[in-house]
Design a protein around this ligand. Sequence first.
Ligand code: ZN
Ligand code: ZN
Length: 168
Amino acid sequence: MKINFIAKTILSFAKGAIVQPLETVEVSLDCAVCQKLYRTVIIHKDVGETKCAGHSFPAMIKLIENNKKIWKSFFMKEEMREFIYHVEYEYTEFEDSRDGTGYDRRASHEFPSWGRISFLVTCPKCKSIQRFFTQNNIVRPFIGICGQCSYQLYTDNKEQPLFEKEES
Ligand SMILES: [Zn+2]
Ligand SMILES: [Zn+2]
């Protein structure tokens, strides 16, 4: 069956920063093709490019909502920005038959258990472009700093990306 979900992140960027989310999203999911739990898969817009450990994986990004400003005030030094990745993939229930994996379960789940969203930021001060990411298991609050001029580019305060089920 087809599973549709969104992976969503909200970050607070320095005013004037130009932000471009990458056209891939990295997730840990249970792969029904090779029947293994917790596979890290980089999902692309083109279904043919998405792979799990060497085999092709039926998943794709349908849409990326980019640079949506959710709140802005003249007096604020920062702008909240939201990126939403809409993803579809093929899933069927299975049990991971391997012994000694150390996992907390054998039965598969239909949703990702972890994710990483990467993006490019153009520093408003020195104009250099650098790549950053947010993921579920980093120490927060995390502050993104420009590697060229040390300007504070963004803050990452809460557990994300968030995953939500979506109707297809
Ligand atoms: Zn697989
Ligand atoms: Zn800079």
